[in-house]
Every structure is written in C-alpha cells, then in structure tokens.
Write a new protein. Structure first.
Length: 102
C-alpha cells in the first residue's frame, strides 16, 4: 500500500471554509475516482505557525495508482486551492510505503 499524504497549512480564520471545501470537493473527488479511505487529520504542533495544519491522506494499492493521483487528479485540486486561497493555504505532498502491518 502507498499512502499519499498532503499536508496543508491553513491561515487562521480560513479553517472553516477550507475544511468545508475539503469535505465537499477534495474528498469526494478522491472517492468518486475509486480511491479508498481518504482521511483528513488535524496536525498538532507546539509552534504557533499562524494557522492550522491538516494532513489529507489517500490510500493507493501501488505506485501506478499513486502516480495517477499525483499526475492527474491532485494537480487539479491543488490548482483550485491556489486560485481560491493563494498563499493563505500552503501545501506539500509526501508518499509513504507500508512496510509491515502488525
């Protein structure tokens, strides 16, 4: 399993608007494309970074599915975020591979 994790730093005051968008656009886009178990998490931080950090995770069966997400679907969603919120919502993506399930 490959986990595609996109971390978002959402500027203070925009959290409600952004999480509604994540629940009504980002996550449904993933589900309708066949990606399973999308998960939105709030990241706890001891630093005041001027906003709230979220992690949005998409599970993929393997690299081909992860590549499809990263090459086709996610860029459209990130472009929309950039158009709507610009530098007020920052993001970066990492991929993780499951090594062992206990």
């Amino acid at each position: 399993m490959i986990l595609v994790n996109t971390t978002f730093l959402v500027e203070s005051g925009l959290e409600g608007e952004w999480t509604v968008w994540a629940h009504t656009v980002y996550i449904p886009t993933a589900v309708s494309a066949g990606y399973r178990h999308p998960l939105l998490m709030r990241v706890f931080s001891q630093e005041d970074n001027g906003g709230t950090t979220y992690a949005l995770q998409i599970q993929c069966d393997g690299m081909p599915e992860a590549s499809d997400w990263l090459d086709k679907l996610q860029p459209v969603l990130l472009d929309e975020i950039n158009r709507r919120w610009g530098q007020h919502v920052l993001h970066f993506t990492t991929m993780m591979e499951e090594v062992e399930r206990v």
